[in-house]
Unconditional design. Structure first.
Length: 169
């Protein structure tokens, strides 16, 4: 019996992280909205798409093949802080952490946020900065130096103002 060639094979479920996710996780949300007050991004904007419920609906739409992985979906997934406060508040035990991980993986695998600037920042951080401890140490020292300069600058300005206040008085 002949084996199917790669071109005749069905795409693997892992081609889409959200479609490959156990559907019982995708459909857990019952849209009650009890998580909304705990979500900092919803608190800030009062917009449904910036709420856990809204994001889960977007993820489910991707899993159900009703929505493409677009730039606006990607930006929404990165606007989420991943703080998981919504998980603690959810009475239905929705596994937002798993949904969120798969949604971010989906975004990365589809490259919808790709740009030269993003690639450069990622190369500099992931492939260069984080690969050697001494580089991180140098960055830490530089930050400490900048803070020290700012503090020194603040104190000298403070002294200048004090001197001038006495002169004027
Ligand atoms: S992880 Fe945080 S920011 Fe994201 S939906 Fe949940 S509560 Fe909101
Ligand atoms: S995530 Fe939980 S709390 Fe939020 S709407 Fe869905 S079921 Fe309700």
């Amino acid at each position: 019996m002949s084996q199917p060639t790669p071109s005749t094979l069905e795409p693997s479920p892992i081609d889409s992280h959200l479609k490959g996710l156990d559907y019982s996780v995708v459909q857990q949300c019952m849209h009650c909205g009890l998580c909304l007050p705990s979500c900092p991004t919803y608190e800030l904007t009062q917009m449904e798409k910036h709420s856990p419920r809204g994001r889960i609906a977007l993820m489910r739409a991707i899993a159900d093949d009703e929505l493409e992985v677009s730039r606006s979906f990607a930006e929404e997934m990165y606007y989420c802080l991943g703080c998981l406060a919504c998980m603690t508040a959810c009475p239905a035990g929705v596994n937002y952490a798993e949904l969120f991980e798969h949604a971010r993986a989906e975004v990365e695998s589809k490259n919808v946020l790709q740009s030269p600037k993003r690639s450069l920042i990622r190369r500099l951080t992931i492939s260069w900065l984080f690969t050697e401890q001494r580089r991180l140490q140098f960055l830490g020292d530089s930050n400490a130096l900048v803070s020290a300069i700012r503090i020194a600058d603040f104190h000298s300005q403070h002294r200048y103002l004090e001197t001038h206040a006495q002169t004027i008085a």
